[in-house]
Design a protein around this ligand. Structure first.
Ligand SMILES: C[S@@+](CC[C@H](N)C(=O)[O-])C[C@H]1O[C@@H](n2cnc3c(N)ncnc32)[C@H](O)[C@@H]1O
Length: 269
């Protein structure tokens, strides 16, 4: 189950710029939350005065998510940019690409999108003839990432724009034939760890919003029935729940803290 959405509202920057109102209205409708007028108040003042737990603030084209402690999040693709640079410039192999056996033209379902770093790396590998669809159970995370992928200005913009974000729990899709038309070569899961590994979690302030479900044997069987080539589940190496899924093989990095459990499908090429 997803964590419940916080008591949330959408507002503008201190100075409302032309064109911002339409985005504020769009986001409020998407999230099903009210709009509060800024009236030159600080964000923390609004949160307290309006009895909220968090605010989404439209600053220029960028969205900020601010909680009641003042922790602020805005979406950016940094880690994905570093990873793609390591492949492109230094010829390194990305572990996700190896585990998923990503090829140009592949369609990838990222069933646990999060901030989309893995989806961006996958999108770069599959190229413009492929596509990535990301499912995210948290409406707020999905909204921030969808907006970031659609608007972030960068030379990798075409890679970001080739990812479609769908808000919803992956448990709802396995019986939906239309969703799997034309299908996916690869289905990928990267469930939440209860404790983040080191500083690896860019989710930081968004962790309370995330869904902590793990794909169990039933989900895995459903994904295997749908994927054309592979299902991949990322987890901590030696985690008993991951081992219990009994993958066909493992892909691990040098440090061996993380492991990708790889499941071939019957239709594997
Ligand atoms: C560890 S993060 C994924 C990080 C992501 N791979 C990245 O590179 O940014 C896991 C994300 O999956 C989402 N999630 C967990 N279970 C889910 C489910 N059953 N359906 C959809 N999203 C889910 C969580 O809300 C969280 O945002």
């Amino acid at each position: 189950m997803s964590n419940p959405q916080p008591r949330l509202a959408v507002t503008t920057g201190r100075v409302e710029r032309e064109g911002q109102r339409a985005l504020v209205e769009h986001l409020a409708a998407e999230l099903g939350v009210p709009i509060v007028e800024r009236r030159e108040r600080s964000t923390l003042r609004i949160i307290e005065a309006e009895g909220l737990e968090a605010l989404v603030v439209v600053n220029n084209e960028r969205l900020h998510y601010i909680d009641s402690t003042g922790e602020t999040f805005f979406w950016h693709p940094n880690m994905a940019v570093v990873r793609i640079g390591a492949v492109r410039v230094h010829g390194r192999e990305d572990l996700l690409a190896r585990a998923c056996d990503l090829r140009p033209g592949d369609r990838v379902l990222d069933a646990t999108l999060g901030l989309g770093a893995d989806a961006i790396v996958a999108s770069w590998h599959v190229g413009p003839s492929g596509a990535v669809v990301g499912l995210e159970a948290s409406p707020v995370i999905a909204c921030l990432v969808r907006h970031g992928l659609a608007t972030y200005e960068h030379r990798l913009a075409p890679v970001l724009r080739n990812i479609s974000v769908i808000t919803g729990n992956h448990t709802g899709v396995w019986h939906d034939d239309a969703f799997f038309e034309p299908g996916f070569e690869v289905i990928y899961f990267d469930p939440m760890f209860e404790q983040p590994i080191g500083s690896s979690s860019g989710l930081a302030g968004l962790r309370p919003l995330a869904c902590y479900d793990r794909p169990d044997a039933d989900v895995l069987a459903a994904a295997r029935a749908r994927a054309k080539r592979r299902v991949v589940v990322k987890g901590r190496a030696f985690d008993p729940w991951l081992r219990a899924l009994q993958p066909d093989h493992w892909v691990q990095g040098r440090h061996r803290r993380l492991a990708y459990a790889v499941f071939e499908t019957d239709r594997g090429e």
